[in-house]
Design a protein around this ligand. Structure first.
Ligand code: FAD
Ligand code: EPU
Length: 338
């Protein structure tokens, strides 16, 4: 075990926050994980499992052991007349898995192209974009129980997926290390272009015949045009979730704010565009030192250079207060605060 001490995490989180870990270890196999979980010295240390660091905000140094999950491997483990079953290890880069599946003509992940991060974190918040979520293609995952070191299999239902939610953010928070995820991918693609922007982009691209390759390309184009590249400007994507409110409340808000952006959802409620709410409160493009609100996408908080995690957190707090005051709507952070 090559455990390092006082290890800088600056290059390992997409906000580029200059935090450090008391202990740091990269693991490449389940045996590596078992070894560290069994070592007396680290038994009582807090543990943080790190993937690509693209959904985290460090507000302080981590006083425990950070375990960077580098388990690799993508394998077709089964198929039936309708589906391919593809098992990916937790340390695979998410977009590399998407590309692998597209190249093999395994359909279902194309709308989720270019989401940063690793496979192991994808079920944590049921990643979603452009009309798809992983719960639509998720088959099962394997995870190690941190306390008793047993390996468990979780089905789709076991994970209790919701909008940016899973059991691993609630009842089972900090209790499991996800080691692999298996996806159930279509042999016959069911193209999903109900998200308007995809249709427009396909038209701009001059696509005559739909394919999963074309949809992936369209999604990549849209994402590159909308979201700041973390390599260039520190960020963790949407900082808040889009809030869900009752239809009756939406109708009342619509009278006062006729341009309010909301979408009807299956349960009869309305999902509001948090970016719109934040922009209306005057935050878009504002910055305080190096902590700011992106100038084209108000839902994304950014680190222009050397912001501290606390400064980003304090800014998020101010935004939440002002949105609550103006619209009576509470925002919830999507990013994990450490
Ligand atoms: P990390 O940030 O490393 O970890 C996130 C959480 O998961 C932490 O609590 C961590 O402890 C835990 N964790 C990580 N790996 C494991 C594991 N193996 N076992 C147990 N726990 C684990 N998200 C979307 O849903 N849709 C988007 O469209 C989207 N766009 C984004 C765009 C940008 C520019 C950025 C920077 C982020 C975006 N995100 C989006 C958020 C982010 O990409 C996802 O949440 C992603 O799944 C995080 O993966 P990660 O490996 O970086 O996780
Ligand atoms: N809007 C504004 N001002 C802004 C930003 C947005 O008015 O500054 C309004 C616009 O009307 C726009 C609407 O908000 O039409 C929605 O914006 P956008 O299409 O950019 O999507 P989003 O709701 O901001 C969500 C996800 C993204 C995902 C995209 C595409 C959440 C919290 N965010 O963003 O996920 O990529 O849709 O599906 O659900 C992430 O989770 O990190 C993330 C980036």
């Amino acid at each position: 075990m090559n455990i390092q001490q006082n290890y800088s995490l600056k290059k390992l989180n997409t906000f580029h926050i200059d935090a450090s870990a008391k202990y740091f270890l990269e693991v490449a196999s389940i045996e590596d994980i078992l070894e560290v979980l069994s070592a007396n010295k680290y038994l009582n240390q807090s543990k943080l499992i790190l993937g690509g660091g693209s959904n985290l905000l460090f507000t302080k140094d981590f006083d425990g052991i950070v375990i960077k999950n580098n388990l690799k491997g993508i394998n077709l483990i089964n198929e039936d007349s309708d589906f391919y079953y593809v098992k990916a290890s937790a340390g695979e880069v998410w977009h590399q898995l998407v590309i692998h599946c597209i190249n093999k003509n395994y359909a279902g992940l194309e709308n989720l192209s270019l989401i940063p991060g690793n496979v192991g974190a994808s079920p944590m918040q049921n990643i979603g974009a452009y009309g798809a979520e992983i719960k639509d293609t998720f088959h099962e995952l394997e995870a190690l129980n941190i306390n008793d070191k047993t390996l468990h299999t979780f089905s789709n239902a076991d994970c209790k997926f919701g909008y940016r939610e899973s059991i691993f953010k609630h009842e089972l928070k900090n209790q499991f290390i996800i080691t692999s995820v298996t996806f159930k991918l279509n042999k016959r693609p069911a193209y999903n272009i109900r998200y308007g922007a995809i249709e427009n982009e396909l038209e701009t691209m001059g696509v005559k015949e739909l394919s999963i390759q074309a949809i992936s390309k369209a999604v990549c184009n849209i994402r590159r045009s909308k979201l700041p590249n973390p390599e260039v400007m520190g960020n963790a994507g949407s900082f808040f979730k889009n809030p869900e409110i009752m239809k009756s409340k939406f109708d009342r808000l619509k009278i006062e704010f006729p341009d309010i952006v909301g979408f009807n959802i299956e349960n009869g409620n309305v999902k509001l565009a948090a970016g719109w709410l934040i922009e209306q409160c005057g935050w878009k493009g504002k910055s305080f030192g190096d902590a700011g609100v992106h100038k084209f996408q108000a839902l994304v908080l950014v680190n222009y250079a050397n912001a501290k995690g606390n400064e980003i957190f304090d800014l998020s707090e101010k935004i939440m207060i002002s949105v609550k005051e103006k619209f009576g709507v509470g925002l919830e952070r999507e990013v994990n605060i450490i």
